[in-house]
Design a protein around this ligand. Structure first.
Ligand SMILES: Nc1ncnc2c1ncn2[C@@H]1O[C@H](COP(=O)(O)OP(=O)(O)O)[C@@H](O)[C@H]1O
Ligand SMILES: [Mg+2]
Length: 371
C-alpha cells in the first residue's frame, strides 16, 4: 500500500476534501490520510510515499520532520529543501533572469538590528546614503513588504520618503523589500500544480477578503491568458514547486509577477469559492496519485527546479569560466572602517525614524500558509 499523507494546520476544508477525493477514486494500492507523527528518528523512513505539506512554514519541527522523511524517499510536496532556501527577493531575481516581468525591487536592511549584533556588524552598509538612489530607482507610491512573508502581513503601500521611514520603523527586525507599484488594469492568481497544470483565477485585491476571487468578471483576452499561463509555468519550472500560486498585476497589457512564493497557497472554500475549490481538490488529488504511482523506493523522490538541476548538468559546469590568474593582492581602499564608526548605525537605516536602537525581541514573521 502506498500512502499519501497531508500535513496541515488550522485550515479545515481543503485537507479533508483532498483525503476524501483521493480515497473516492479507489485506486488500487493507494490510500490518503492525515499525516500522523510520533517519534521522529534520524534517517528513519515514514509510512508515506507522498506528503502534501501545508504548514511547515509555520512549524520548524515539521520542516525538519519533512527533510528527514524526504531523505528516506518520501515525495514531499513542496520540496522542503528548496522551500528552506528561497524567498521573495531571490525569486524576483530569478524571474528577471528567466525573462518573467517583475516590478523593480530592492532589499532593505532591517530597521532594528538582529539579536546579538551591534553597529560593528553593519560597517559594510552604506545606508543611509543609499536612500536617495533607491527612491530614484523605485519611485513613489511603492510597496514595502517582507522579503519572506505572506498573508498580507506587513505589506505597506508607501507614498513618500517620510511615509516609508514611518512605516519602516514599525517593522522591527523584519527584512523588507521596496517595490515599484504596478498600477494594474487586471489582477490574477493562478494555481500551478506539478509545474505545468495551471488554473487562472480573476482576483480583485481591492475587494474585501471574501469577494476577492471574482466570479463574474469581464472576459479576458485569450492572448493575455496564454501569456499568463506561459509565465506561470516558466516560474514554477525554475523554482521547482509542485504546488504554488502566482499572482500577476497587468499594466499596459504586460503581466508582472507580484507574488509567486506561495507554496502552501490558500485553498479554503470560504475564500476561493466552490469552483476554484473543486479544481484544486480534484487536481491536487490527481497529482498526489501520480506522485505515489511514480514513487521509487530507495531513492529521493523530490522535485528540483531547473535553477538547481541545471547547475548539476555537465554542460552548465563546462560553461562556467575558470579563473586561471592568481588573485592579486587588492590595493584598493575599502570604505569599511576598522573601528566602530562614530556615525549613527546603518542598521537603524534612517535619520527620520524615532525607534530605539534596541533590537526587537520579536522573531521575524515566517511565510504564511495563506495568500
Ligand atoms: N508591486 C505591487 N504593485 C501593486 N500592488 C501590489 C504590489 N505588491 C503588492 N501589491 C498588493 O498587495 C497585496 C499583497 O502583497 P503580496 O506581495 O501578494 O504579499 P503576500 O505574500 O503577503 O500576499 C497583493 O495582492 C497586491 O494587491
Ligand atoms: Mg499575495
Amino acid at each position: 500500500m502506498k500512502k499519501i499523507g497531508i500535513l496541515f494546520g488550522k485550515e479545515d476544508t481543503f485537507p479533508w476534501a483532498f483525503v476524501d477525493r483521493v480515497n473516492e477514486k479507489k485506486i488500487k494500492g493507494i490510500q490518503a490520510e492525515a499525516v500522523s507523527i510520533d517519534m521522529v528518528q534520524q534517517a528513519a523512513p515514514t509510512d508515506y510515499s507522498v506528503i502534501i505539506d501545508r504548514i511547515s512554514q509555520d512549524v520548524p519541527f515539521y520542516r525538519a520532520y519533512l527533510k528527514n522523511a524526504a531523505i528516506s524517499g518520501t515525495a514531499v510536496i513542496n520540496n522542503p529543501f528548496w522551500w528552506s532556501a528561497d524567498e521573495k527577493f531571490f525569486n524576483n531575481a530569478l524571474a528577471e533572469k528567466i525573462g518573467v516581468p517583475v516590478p523593480k525591487t530592492v532589499l532593505l536592511p532591517s530597521n532594528h538590528r538582529p539579536d546579538d549584533t551591534d553597529e560593528n556588524s553593519f560597517r559594510n552598509l552604506k545606508f543611509p546614503t543609499s536612500w536617495e538612489q533607491i527612491f530614484e530607482y523605485i519611485g513613489f507610491p511603492a510597496y514595502m513588504k517582507p522579503f519572506a512573508g505572506g498573508g498580507w502581513k506587513n505589506v505597506y503601500k508607501v507614498n513618500d520618503a517620510q511615509d516609508l521611514f514611518n512605516k519602516h520603523s514599525e517593522t522591527g527586525q523584519l527584512v523588507m523589500m521596496l517595490q515599484e507599484e504596478i498600477v494594474f488594469t487586471e489582477y490574477f492568481r493562478c494555481y500551478c500544480l506539478g509545474g505545468s497544470n495551471v488554473h487562472i483565477m480573476q482576483y480583485e485585491p481591492r475587494n474585501p477578503h471574501h469577494l476577492r476571487y471574482v466570479t463574474d468578471g469581464a472576459p479576458i483576452a485569450k492572448k493575455l491568458l496564454a501569456e499568463i499561463e506561459k509565465l506561470t509555468v516558466k516560474l514554477n519550472q525554475a523554482l521547482g514547486y509542485d504546488f504554488n500560486t502566482v499572482e500577476f498585476a497587468v499594466r499596459d497589457g504586460v503581466p508582472y509577477a507580484i507574488d509567486f512564493c506561495n507554496p502552501a497557497p490558500d485553498a479554503d472554500i470560504n475564500s476561493v469559492g466552490q469552483v476554484n475549490f473543486d479544481w484544486i481538490v480534484e487536481n491536487a488529488a490527481n497529482m498526489a496519485i501520480e506522485k505515489a504511482k511514480s514513487y521509487k523506493e530507495g531513492q529521493l523522490n523530490l522535485t528540483w527546479g531547473t535553477f538547481i538541476s541545471d547547475v548539476f548538468t555537465p554542460s552548465q559546469i563546462k560553461k562556467t569560466p575558470v579563473e586561471k590568474t592568481p588573485a592579486k593582492k587588492s590595493t584598493s581602499k575599502s570604505s569599511v572602517t576598522k573601528k566602530s564608526p562614530a556615525k549613527k548605525p546603518a542598521a537603524k537605516t534612517t535619520t527620520a525614524t524615532k525607534s530605539t536602537a534596541k533590537a526587537a525581541t520579536k522573531t521575524p514573521a515566517k511565510r504564511s500558509a495563506k495568500k
